[in-house]
Design a protein around this ligand. Sequence first.
Ligand code: HEC
Ligand code: HEC
Length: 454
Amino acid sequence: MRRSLACALAYTWLGCSAATPHAPTSGVVQTDAEPAAPWSDAWLLEQGQVFLHDDAARRQALEQSLSNPENLYSRQRLNSYGRVQYGWDLLPEWNPRSRQVDAVLARSLELDEMPEVSREQAPLWDGQTPTTVAEWVALGERVFFEFPMRAEVFAEFALTRPELARAVGLERTSDGAVPGLVVFADVDGSSRVGITCALCHSAVHDGQLVVGAARRRFDYGRLRLAFFDEFDVTVEPNMARRLASWGPGRADVTEDDDEDPVSIPDLWGLRSQRWLTQAGTIRHQSPLALAIRQETQLTDSNHLKVRPPRELAWALAMFVYSLEPRARQQLPVTTELDRGRTLFASECQGCHANAAYGGAPLAAELIGTDPSLATGRGRGTGSYRVPSLLAVGVGAPYLHDGSIASLEELLSPNRLAPSYVSGLLGPGALTGHEAGTQLSLSDRRALLAFLDTL
Ligand code: HEC
Ligand code: HEC
């Protein structure tokens, strides 16, 4: 009983057989109670206690979550996270004072006036630990929109150039707010413009904010180039070429010199996904893996000056799990749709196998798409994970590098010809992920109709 509870608490929702060979050594008090069912509120609250209070379990969860301990992402974390006596655990906790950029703040920033963040303003977190999953999610939502990952001069600059801001995807909601940007009191006390999760992981569709949808119009490369141009900063030609090549919705988020820009993913269905990020860099064996990802992301992106209170990292994970795509229009069930479902089962579901239609990673040479990210030193694992297909009909462009413009193109055999010229990233064949391209036109239509319902 002791072992089964420890398993349920800290390590896996796959059951103990799928856990690692090391017996878990959680320091949490063990009882004879039945373990809570995975994803029940009781289970999530138990997991939260482990994350917050059991240093050894956190360290172990980190080690188990890194698919390839050799890449730079893993090495940095293995050296620094969950060390207790040294490393990132010793950084001061930072509970920021921050305000989302609404229409009024946007107007001041447009005039190049930096609003002050009053010392009287309450910090993001009131210091109370939530006691229900709903409270954790509500706190996580605030972190998602308000916790500054770092100060961003590029975004601050773009706010003074409304046309540029629009062109690079600093979208505004109908009430004039700029989701993803905050004005905050930085670690040194000065007021700065900062970016939050919402900058890349929310998008304005028909004037409405869709939280969790990738910001596919955000063009970080172009934004940075416009800034460098304005201030006569000399950019090394190779770097300039790379920034220009990203295009909207993609960024090279690693610090190495590999060329492996990656698409911003939608955050749907992550409970079902056992690997996180396009290259499956993180094994998602328990919610601790996501909370650790978020804690280390917030620590690293703010240049290792401070770390977020651990409660906020856990809250952020709870919020990310709660995200769902907008309800899709219910289409009448037709024979074509039925045929599409059958074709999906025979042609696709072998890999797109889980409840979110994602699945286990596949070696890059087997899937055949551009291998740079999978083999890169930054986050490489040799593989690509099978992404979720929830709301895939409105998720273009596709694949880890955003190289495929539409589902029609994904399924079309035309893209495989060397003479193909319509590719988003330039002329030439778009090879890889060739499932479905051998089907007849009418079968492909049926499959597309079905994909549009997911
Ligand atoms: C500058 C844009 C940007 C910002 C800001 C950003 N992300 Fe991301 N996010 C990305 C990109 C790009 C990826 C894909 C990385 C990869 O696959 O290696 C990603 C991947 C993820 C994933 C993995 C999703 C999956 O399908 O496996 C999660 C979870 C996530 N981000 C959450 C967050 C949270 C929470 C924040 C705020 C702390 C945040 N991100 C801030 C761009 C961003
Ligand atoms: C052999 C395993 C496998 C099969 C079979 C397979 N897929 Fe995939 N699928 C993947 C992998 C791996 C990726 C990610 C590849 C990458 O990003 O480079 C992917 C990505 C996708 C994407 C991109 C999603 C996004 O958000 O970018 C779509 C759409 C997709 N598959 C649809 C299908 C359809 C439709 C079928 C059946 C005709 C199918 N897949 C068959 C493994 C597979």
